[in-house]
Write a protein that binds this ligand. Structure first.
Ligand code: 13P
Length: 250
């Protein structure tokens, strides 16, 4: 059976001082034996701080992006091995903000996922449609292409050590959450894509929902059979909200 995962994506927010308070509150709020997993994906410069403050706690940490390359002349890039060096467990790949603003296409996202796994990280691969795509009725086609690039390129076996996050672009940072039924429908499509290739993975692959998740809507989302947790942006910067979301998953 799958355990739930609530992961925060801080995006480009934080400072040494603010993080100290936030990470301390999470560490204290979770205790040591957590029934659901909790993780924070922080900006690169704060990974060492996360490692220092979270080591030995029930909160895992990770990054928001990773290079497809292992090492070399790639100015500004950060390798998966470097993230492992800093104790990361997770890394986001293919977040819609990177797809839209950094021209990341699905084959590149698949290569990043492979690089992350090769170094022992658990990638969280993000997929999701824009509002225009939803209105055109092509949501399933879009997320199937995005996930299909990973499955076709790397094989479905990668999902033994990877997490999927469905994040409708129109729900990110807008306060407009997908309804539990809308999210459940897409999660079913995504799970089916994996299961078609390997029925044995039906019960193991974790699919998170992301897009304006808050303490007030988390419970009803988590009640859906194929929603295995959340990828939380804005609300992950507020320890009370984030802990309440994590509690709703527990
Ligand atoms: P919000 O929770 O702020 O909508 O962000 C979602 C997201 O992009 C998480 O990766």
């Amino acid at each position: 059976m799958r355990s739930k995962l609530v992961a925060g994506n801080w995006k480009m927010h934080g400072s040494l001082t603010e993080n100290e308070a936030l990470l301390g509150a999470l560490r204290g709020g979770l205790g040591s034996a957590a029934p659901s997993e909790c993780a924070v994906c922080v900006p690169f410069p704060y990974l060492a701080q996360a490692q220092r403050l979270l080591q030995g706690s029930a909160v895992a940490w990770g990054a928001q992006d990773v290079s497809e390359h292992a090492k070399g002349a790639y100015t500004g890039e950060v390798s998966a091995a470097m993230l492992r060096d800093l104790g990361c467990r997770y890394v986001l790949v293919g977040h819609s903000e990177r797809r839209a603003m950094h021209a990341e296409d699905s084959p590149l996202v698949a290569r990043k996922l492979r690089a992350a796994q090769s170094a022992g990280l658990v990638p969280i691969v993000c997929v999701g449609e824009t509002l225009a795509e939803r209105e055109r009725g092509v949501t399933d086609a879009i997320v199937s292409e995005q996930l299909g690039a990973v499955i076709d390129g790397l094989g479905v076996g990668v999902f033994a050590q990877a997490v999927i996050a469905y994040e409708p672009v129109w729900a990110i940072g807008t306060g407009k959450t997908a309804t539990p039924e809308q999210a459940q429908a897409v999660h079913t499509t995504l799970r089916r894509l994996v299961v078609q290739r390997d029925p044995g993975m039906a019960d193991s692959v974790r699919i998170l929902y992301g897009g304006s998740v808050k303490a007030s809507n988390a419970k009803e989302l988590f009640a859906m059979p194929d929603i295995d947790g959340a990828l939380v942006g804005g609300a992950s910067l507020d320890p009370k909200e984030f802990l309440a979301i994590w509690r709703a998953a527990s």
